[in-house]
Design a protein around this ligand. Structure first.
Ligand code: ATP
Ligand code: FE
Length: 328
């Protein structure tokens, strides 16, 4: 059984294909077109993103089929992100996915982008609930308790910037380039993590709340005082990793969970992976290429919906910019 997944929530056109077998799921293709048009504006221009998705999506899908060695008629189900994200961009993938499913006469699943990020880890593990999920991406720093398949209870979130956003902003101010996550990680290898002091507590007031704006201000002040970019990167990365791991550990203990899924773009960070691996938790990360936005993670979410026997989505399913995942 092959499931095709589409993500056009922001400025990446992603199409992936997974194979569902009785033993588990396997990623067979994962193709991404990253839009370069936005670089000149220093941020994503929504209307340009939509237009480029329209131009690219068919080619990206053909590429995914070729990578998997499949014909379009081999596809048994289609999933596409319906939110959250840029509405115009989402609509392109959603409509394309519905049209494809309709033409093939196969089930269609509208997928939640964050559920996609979480199910990216299903490339490495069958993800049997219960588990705790930490989504650390460009727009989210959210902890969910997943007591059973399909149920998401919000445990905590950031009250200001997302973790990935902090990596991006600090990289920009230190002149390390874009995207900031990989740039900070790379510069940190050459820096001294003790050079710039970041004060604790970094977490918010509520039990499992995060806050990254204080780190950003501290980084700005250190930068103005002449801190070396590499030292700033190493010190900030250590502080960010520390608060993410510490808060997640406390939440896992409070909710009685032994398994933690860590996903989203920041989950690609080696220092974060090492710190989580050093805990006594069972930690599951997405496989290579599945941390930042991609289509395979949406195909994995579709496969999970199929396996759980969820009803397909109506073709009237719409896109929404704001769509909380929590449902319990
Ligand atoms: P959301 O899913 O919340 O809507 P998004 O889709 O834009 O946001 P992702 O694609 O999941 O976010 O992740 C992008 C973020 O991940 C960026 O902020 C980027 O800097 C960060 N990131 C990518 N690689 C790394 C890394 N190695 N270390 C730290 N951060 C990273
Ligand atoms: Fe994302």
């Amino acid at each position: 059984h092959y499931i095709l997944g589409i993500d056009t929530s922001c400025d990446d056109t992603g199409v992936g294909i997974v194979e569902l077998t009785p033993k588990g799921v396997h990623v067979r293709a994962n193709r991404i077109w990253t839009q370069a048009v936005h670089a000149q504006y220093g941020g994503v221009m929504p209307e340009l993103a939509s237009r480029e998705h329209v131009e690219r999506i068919d080619g990206v899908m053909q590429g995914a089929l070729a990578e998997a060695g499949l014909k379009v008629s081999d596809i048994g189900a289609v999933a596409a992100t319906s939110g959250p994200g840029l509405v115009g961009a989402l609509l392109v993938g959603l409509m394309y996915g519905k049209g494809l499913a309709q033409a093939l006469g196969v089930p269609f699943f509208a997928a939640h982008h964050l559920e996609g990020h979480i199910f990216a880890a299903a490339s490495e593990d069958n993800l049997p609930a219960p588990y705790l999920a930490l989504v650390v991406s460009g727009g989210h720093t959210h902890l969910f308790d997943v007591p059973e398949e399909g149920k998401y209870i919000l445990v905590g979130a950031t009250r200001d910037d997302a973790a990935g956003e902090a990596f991006d902003k600090i990289a920009r101010l230190a002149g390390l380039g874009y995207p900031g996550g990989p740039a900070i990680a790379e510069a940190a290898l050459r820096g001294d993590a003790n050079a710039v002091p970041f004060k604790e507590p970094l977490q918010g007031q509520k039990a499992f709340e995060f806050s990254f704006s204080g780190l950003k201000t501290a980084a700005l002040l250190a930068h103005r005082a002449g801190a070396k970019p590499e030292d700033l990167a190493a010190s900030f990365q250590r502080a960010a990793v520390h608060v993410l791991v510490k808060t997640t550990r406390r939440a896992a203990e409070a909710y009685g969970r032994q398994t933690v899924v860590v996903s989203g773009g920041v989950a690609a960070n080696t220092a974060l992976r090492e710190a989580f691996s050093a805990t006594n938790l069972r930690v599951v990360f997405p496989g290579k290429g599945l941390n930042t936005d991609n289509g395979a993670m949406i195909a994995l979410a579709g496969a999970a919906a199929l396996r759980a026997g969820r009803a397909p989505s109506p073709l009237a399913a719409g896109a929404s910019a704001y769509a909380p995942l929590a449902n319990g």
